[in-house]
Write a protein that binds this ligand. Structure first.
Ligand SMILES: C[S@@+](CC[C@H](N)C(=O)[O-])C[C@H]1O[C@@H](n2cnc3c(N)ncnc32)[C@H](O)[C@@H]1O
Length: 425
């Protein structure tokens, strides 16, 4: 694999890319990484590489000519090769392990173009670039860090760079899972022990434990990745086992309640998806029309009404607590509300599947009550589908009383009938 990086800072990059594993691979001739100074290809005496943007605006733009001349020189020196010209850009597709793997497998020569200042003249991109790659949805001052990341990720998958392909095929993101936790000596550090199974010498047990850890970690740390997984039969069995074990677990660590933010969105959506499946399995026609969807959750977040309950730092339940009057509650039939004045409403509460039966749902109600009190509310109200027995049981257990019936989102193609409950605070 040959990689040429077109940059204004070749020395800085060279130092980094010729250290350690990549340095040794380059010495063995398995990879060739060259950082090429774009400035050497200018056609003006000042060796100027950038100029003011047409149309005005901040900063300067890298000119197309030095970039094209530099690229031509690199290509003609490399000769006929399966090649890909990549511009590192915040506007490109986000780089992934899958893309790194494809680049390592499909090409012999990668040319990585690093922009700087406000970026590069668009005509160079149109004329010469095969693909734009971004390191993530943020803006760097230059493409160098992104180019080093791409070079590193690609080169370590070139045969011979690491001692065994298993070094990367077992790692995070290879097959959609995160890797299991790693430990080294000493056996006990700061009172924390290396898990017993890893010291027992039974490799089959170690493998099984590690696989379970991979599933658990992916689920807890990156719920959006977990959701995309198509679990094999053996993984599905392990996952069922994990859920059973978790179901038996008790809440031994503190549960914390905090407003939900954008970063919580994947966890919250996973919790709702699980709740929708749970209700479907129990033949409750509630939340079977895709609701609550991302739009509803975002709206809750924007209004500051979305909350998560975290266990071990990970969102384990979610709910919406609103102090706004609920129009459908004004049309209560078959009964009447007992409170007067300000009330709060608990909406969209759900507990992550592995926490069912742990008492976390009760803690959620307590947290909602505390928040309602802090709003100065005289009561907390909620509603649920008449067949949602677990929710009705939860509300009754927590001191809510049935007050009558209401209709929610009527005319939206679902059963709108709900039973309404109230707890005086
Ligand atoms: C300040 S940025 C230019 C950003 C550009 N004006 C825009 O808003 O899209 C300068 C250079 O840094 C590199 N760069 C910035 N953010 C990047 C990212 N997230 N991934 C890859 N390269 C990035 C690109 O090569 C870019 O030309």
């Amino acid at each position: 694999m040959q990689i040429d990086i077109l940059t204004l800072f070749p020395e800085t990059m060279d130092a980094m890319l010729h250290e350690s594993i990549l340095g040794r691979a380059a010495k063995k001739g398995i990879v060739s990484i060259r950082c090429v100074q774009i400035r050497d290809y200018t056609e003006n005496r000042q060796r100027q590489v950038d100029d003011y943007p047409y149309g005005g605006g901040w900063g300067c733009v890298m000119m197309a000519q030095p970039l094209k001349s530099c690229l031509d020189a690199v290509i003609s020196a490399a000769g006929e090769k399966w090649r890909r010209v990549i511009y590192l850009s915040p506007q490109g597709r986000t780089f992934t392990q899958a893309r790194a793997r494809a680049l390592a497998e499909e090409y012999e020569h990668l040319v990585l173009v690093c922009g700087h200042y406000e970026g590069v003249d668009e005509r160079f991109i149109e004329e010469c670039v095969d693909e734009e790659i971004s390191l993530g949805d943020f803006v760097l001052t230059g493409g160098e860090i992104a180019a080093m990341a791409v070079t590193d990720a690609v080169c370590r998958m070139v045969p011979g760079v690491l001692s065994d392909p298993a070094c990367y095929t077992g790692e995070s993101h290879w097959e959609g899972l995160l890797e299991y936790p790693q430990y080294t000596r000493p056996e006990t550090w700061e009172g924390r022990e290396v898990p017993k199974v890893l010291r027992g010498g039974n490799q089959a047990e170690v493998d099984r434990w590690r696989r379970k850890q991979m599933l658990t970690r992916t689920h807890d740390k990156r719920p959006e990745l977990f959701e995309k997984l198509a679990l094999s039969e053996s993984d599905a069995r392990l996952w069922a086992e994990i859920q059973k074990e978790r179901g038996r677990r008790r809440l031994t660590e503190p549960v914390t309640c905090r407003p939900a933010g954008e970063n919580d969105l994947p966890s919250v959506m996973l919790i709702f998806r699980q709740a929708q499946n749970y209700l479907k399995k129990h033949r409750v026609d509630q939340w079977q029309d895709g609701y609550p969807d991302e739009m509803a959750v975002r709206a809750d977040m924007e209004r500051g009404e979305a909350y998560v309950l975290c266990y071990g730092g990970v969102p384990a339940a979610c709910f919406c607590l609103s102090a706004r009057p609920e129009a459908s509650y004004d049309l209560l039939t078959d009964g009447k509300w007992r409170s007067e004045g300000l009330y709060c409403v608990l909406h969209r509460n759900a507990v992550e599947a592995s926490f069912r039966g742990t008492g976390l749902a009760d803690r959620l109600i307590e947290a909602a009550e505390d928040l309602a009190r802090s709003h100065g509310a005289a009561a907390l109200r909620a509603d649920t589908h008449r067949h949602n027995e677990p929710m009705k049981a939860l509300l009754k257990r927590c001191g809510f009383r049935y007050r009558g019936n209401i209709l929610v989102r009527a005319g939206e193609g679902h059963d709108p009938r709900r039973q309404a409950f109230e707890k005086l605070l």
